[in-house]
Design a protein around this ligand. Structure first.
Ligand code: BEZ
Length: 211
């Protein structure tokens, strides 16, 4: 069964490169990102893990824990870690789940048999402090993910969790946002004291409220 937006992220206990974890306990009150890798010792995954490791400080600043998964065992991950550090110039600084029996991969529907019946696709799940799934992304094995895009959507999710706004196309942190249609002009006066520009009655643009 697919994991959908608004669902409680399925909980699990699994071995990782940092020891055994219970997922919900490990998340605590933080935001979390779970992402899958098709296989150990594969080139694109190696670059992705190095890139996430280099940017970990940016996830920390957003109170967000990151955790990877690959369906190979931990012993294999330990060997792969050395290659990641050697080739990407960054040591793995977050846990990588070993999932040889595909328990977690199946729970999160990360294997899409019509694409490949043994490798996972490149899934991304962003989970809020309430343990609900806020975003899902699915890439094929042949396409590496974009860390900037994941940080960008995280900024949008965290902003829109706190304010009655939505973020427009290609928005990045600090840019103007849109007042959601459910907020009346009367309400908007209280909520958005910096004012707004109404391009249409339904398209009201306001400065980012937490800046
Ligand atoms: C990779 O990570 O490079 C990869 C993994 C599986 C299939 C194709 C590429």
């Amino acid at each position: 069964m697919a994991v959908r937006l608004g669902d409680i992220a399925p909980d699990f206990t699994a071995d990782t490169t940092d020891g055994t974890i219970n997922f919900h306990e490990w998340l605590g009150d933080s935001w979390g990102i779970l992402f899958s890798h098709p296989k150990d010792f594969t080139p694109v995954c190696t670059t992705e893990l190095g890139a996430f490791a280099k940017r970990k400080g940016e996830f920390d600043k957003r109170d967000t824990k990151i955790i990877g998964l690959s369906v190979d065992p931990i012993e294999s991950h330990q060997g792969w870690k050395k290659d990641i550090e050697e080739t990407q110039g960054a040591a793995l600084n977050f846990p990588l789940i070993g999932d040889p029996d595909r328990k977690v991969a199946d729970l999160y529907d990360m294997i899409h048999p019509n694409a490949n019946d043994t490798l996972t696709v490149r899934s991304v799940f962003i989970i809020g402090p309430d343990k609900k799934v806020k975003l899902t992304l699915t890439y094929p094995a042949s396409t590496g993910r974009n860390v900037d895009e994941i940080l960008r959507v995280l900024d949008s999710l965290q902003l829109t969790a706190d304010y009655s706004v939505a973020t427009p196309v290609n928005w990045t942190d600090g840019e103007d946002v849109i007042i959601v249609p459910a907020v009346s002009d009367e309400d908007a006066k209280q909520r958005f004291p910096k004012g707004w520009k109404a391009l249409k009655p339904y398209l009201r643009v306001t400065p980012q409220p937490n800046r």
